[in-house]
Design a protein around this ligand. Structure first.
Ligand code: 5AD
Ligand code: SF4
Length: 430
């Protein structure tokens, strides 16, 4: 029996796809890249914005078309959108199995039941699952992600995550360390610890800083990063750990969401623009080469031109190295879905384009500022065009090299130019 798996969504989903692969492999079901050869067509999905769900529904129509030709095929929707839409996916979209983020372990059994003639069904209990002792197959040759905590209990008013992933809970330290050691044995050099709200990590008396300390002591590991930090939980202890522990990379992903205090309050973010800016100053004072990335939402209900300008003002002050920027997308069931008045879509689009234009220039300037400086690169892949390779600096910037290097190698380069958006490096010593 063979399965095909389409992955949508965040890094967490990419990681969880590895868990699903492991669960299916253990049950003797093999992966295929060829949809028409697959007995089971699966997709792991995202619900964070409507656009993400529309894409998945589009792909689902292609799965259904395959099933018309071969009615024995089983179609499964997994992850956040499965959790959010449930039964509706069966009644309206021809899906056979609908499995929420906490229930992946039951997939093989459900497949067997469906093949024995059982009716389509959903498994959607939020059980607090952590998949603690399932170790996904390594995703690539140099870097890997490892889940440290799952779920979120913050309830930002726009966000569907707490509803589809359940409350936050942390994975035991011993499983995290074991997984990282296994990855290092396979040649992985860099680990990104994942969690919707990673700074809230807490398991059996071990807090986030203690976790960082243990991870940074693992032999053979060269770089450690983590995602995502909520500004309200960022403190001096965490920053001091980044600065002092070996292998911790000078990088923080610190979602701003809005620069207007009124909107931040409506978003239930638990910080003000002043507190955010103070934390950025504290972080940059402690870690001078810190790279800062962020997420920003424009067009949140009631957002005025003044609120939007307050966001642009923070963007201009902080000068993020990179930002993910979104138009507000109402998610049914969240508080903000009922906030009024909404910002007219054309106005929200205008604000988004303006923000993107400003941030793009800042990103380009921050890349240009690398010219003439030396960096250590971890080679991650071949460059998509040409014979060269792609590497990443410790502060998280991708650099093009015109020479081929094997993924996993560490090399030192000098940045000589910017090609399109991307810095280009020349080797200075091997
Ligand atoms: N609409 C738009 N963007 C959203 N995000 C989360 N929920 C929504 C929503 N309803 C964004 C936030 C978050 C990122 C992962 O997605 O910026 O940090
Ligand atoms: Fe959503 Fe807020 Fe949790 Fe991030 S911290 S996932 S924005 S609820």
């Amino acid at each position: 029996m063979k399965f095909y798996l389409q992955v949508y969504g965040c890094q967490m989903n990419v990681y969880e796809a590895g868990i699903i692969r492991q669960i299916l492999n253990r049950a003797g079901i093999e992966e295929t890249e060829n949809e028409s050869a697959a007995d089971v067509l699966l997709m792991i999905t995202c619900s964070v914005r409507k656009h993400a769900e529309m894409r998945a529904l589009g792909r689902l129509r292609m799965f259904s078309a395959q099933k018309k030709n071969d009615p024995k095929k089983i179609i499964g929707v997994l992850g956040c959108m499965a959790q959010r839409l449930g039964e509706e996916l069966i009644s309206e979209h021809d899906v056979d199995l609908v499995v929420g983020p906490d229930n992946y372990s039951v997939i093989p059994e459900l497949i067997k039941k469906l093949q024995n003639g059982d009716a389509p069904g959903t498994v959607l209990s939020l059980t607090g699952e952590c998949y603690s002792d399932i170790y996904p197959v390594a995703q690539n040759h140099a870097t890997a992600t490892v889940i440290a905590m799952r779920g979120c209990s913050n309830f930002c008013s726009y966000c569907i995550v707490p509803y589809v992933k359940g409350p936050e809970r942390s994975r035991p330290l011993k499983n995290i360390l074991l997984e990282i050691k296994q990855l290092i044995d396979k040649g992985i050099k860099e680990i990104t610890l994942l969690g919707q709200n990673i700074l809230a990590y807490k398991n059996d008396g071990i807090d986030f800083v203690a976790l960082l300390r243990s991870v940074s002591e693992i032999n053979g590991l060269k770089r450690v990063r983590f995602l995502t930090s909520h500004p309200k939980d960022l403190n001096e202890k965490v920053l001091a750990a980044i600065r002092s522990l070996p292998h911790l990379c000078p990088q923080l992903h610190l979602p701003l969401q809005s620069g207007s205090n009124r909107i931040l309050e409506l978003m239930n973010r638990h910080y003000t623009r002043e507190e955010y800016l103070d934390k950025v100053t504290m972080a940059r004072d402690l870690i001078p080469d810190l790279s800062l990335t962020t997420d920003i939402i424009v067009g949140f209900p009631t957002e005025t031109e003044e609120d939007f300008n307050a966001t642009l003002d923070v963007v201009a002050k902080v000068k993020f190295d990179f930002a993910y920027m979104f138009k507000f997308s109402p998610r049914p069931g969240t508080k903000a879905a009922d906030f009024t008045p909404p910002v007219p879509p054309a106005e929200a689009s205008r604000r988004l384009s303006e923000l993107i234009k400003i941030q793009n220039q800042i990103t380009l300037d921050s890349n240009r500022a690398m010219i003439g400086k030396e960096y250590e690169l971890l080679i991650e892949a071949k460059s998509p065009r040409g014979k060269g390779s792609l590497g990443r600096t410790r502060h998280g910037k991708v650099v093009i090299l015109d020479e081929p290097f094997t993924p996993g190698n560490l090399v030192n380069v000098m940045i000589t130019e910017i090609r399109g958006w991307t810095p280009v490096g020349k080797i200075i010593r091997r």
